[in-house]
Write a protein that binds this ligand. Sequence first.
Ligand SMILES: C[S@@+](CC[C@H](N)C(=O)[O-])C[C@H]1O[C@@H](n2cnc3c(N)ncnc32)[C@H](O)[C@@H]1O
Length: 358
Amino acid sequence: MSGLWLFCRAGFESDCAAEIQDKASQLGVYGYCQAKAGEAFVVFRCQAEEAEHLASKLPLKELIFTRQWLVILAEMDLPAEGDRVSPILTCVAENQQRLGLLGELTVTTPDTNEAKSVAGFTKKFTVPLRQALRGASLLSQKPLAKRPSLQVVFINKVRVVVGFSFSFNQAPWAGGIPRLRMPGDAPSRSTLKLDEAFSVFVAKEEHEQRLQSGLRAVDLGAAPGGWTYQLVRRGMMVTAVDNGPMAESLMDTGQVSHVREDGFRYLPKKRNVHWLVCDMVEKPARVGELMTEWLLQDYCKEAIFNLKLPMKQRYLAVNEYLQHIKEQLQNEGHGRFELQAKQLYHDREEVTVHARWL
Ligand SMILES: C[S@@+](CC[C@H](N)C(=O)[O-])C[C@H]1O[C@@H](n2cnc3c(N)ncnc32)[C@H](O)[C@@H]1O
């Protein structure tokens, strides 16, 4: 049976399943989920046409717990030795009418240690598979942006899922994980979280405008400065609010002013802040309210913040927090806005939210 194959963080399969079931039913598709804790993926079983319908009509960016997805073409066991390209080639050829020319190929694994142990093999396997697909005129000679992408997922060395996603509704990274470099001089590892959030929430072609040098930013709960580092790196002027110490290297840039104050009380003197970012470890409802207030009062244009997740029913809980923010922005706001949330690769028991006026 066909369906959708969804990548998520290991341990969050039930949240990913609850979410896809909910969103699919809103589009009139009633399937069922197969998920095992720790496998880092969920299969949503439904008819092939329904899976394709969801993959094109349900925006991936509206899913919080799904990093990447594919419409399943086949799930198969490959021979442990010998020719492993041909079975995949045959499967794609059988679906050629449905797919047309494919624009790209990704070979990847779910995000678990076990699956990642075959990552070296998948890298090597990509080359002969790509050549064979091109040789059979199933895959374009150069990556084509406006054609479906073929995704091949190795669950282990033998078990493989073959599927596709639409170029207009997929994450641009294999498995939905952007490859980011940890800067050697960043004060903390959580710097990658904000770097990833910018990659996920701000379209690449808008980086020049929305992440440009000279913009003003406020970082609430900034110490030691991993998030501030990302803002400074992009040339912004940052007010870092935290009672804790900020890294000297950041203070030396002259782009940071450190305010030792309660982040829940601090307000900027002027309404010239573009980015508000907040990594204070606090009750999600309280953080949500603070962020909403900044947006409603026009203290900032865009906000990125973390919401800690409860132990259980995390999809329901996060939906509730977001709904509350949405209603307030709708009822008390002054225009159109965008509100998105994602459990990023660098997030653990939390999700990252982006909100902005349009
Ligand atoms: C997870 S750390 C932030 C890490 C930071 N984003 C980085 O990348 O280096 C949380 C910070 O929030 C600060 N914090 C917690 N509650 C706060 C409050 N009410 N006002 C200001 N800072 C607060 C803590 O002092 C701590 O430094």
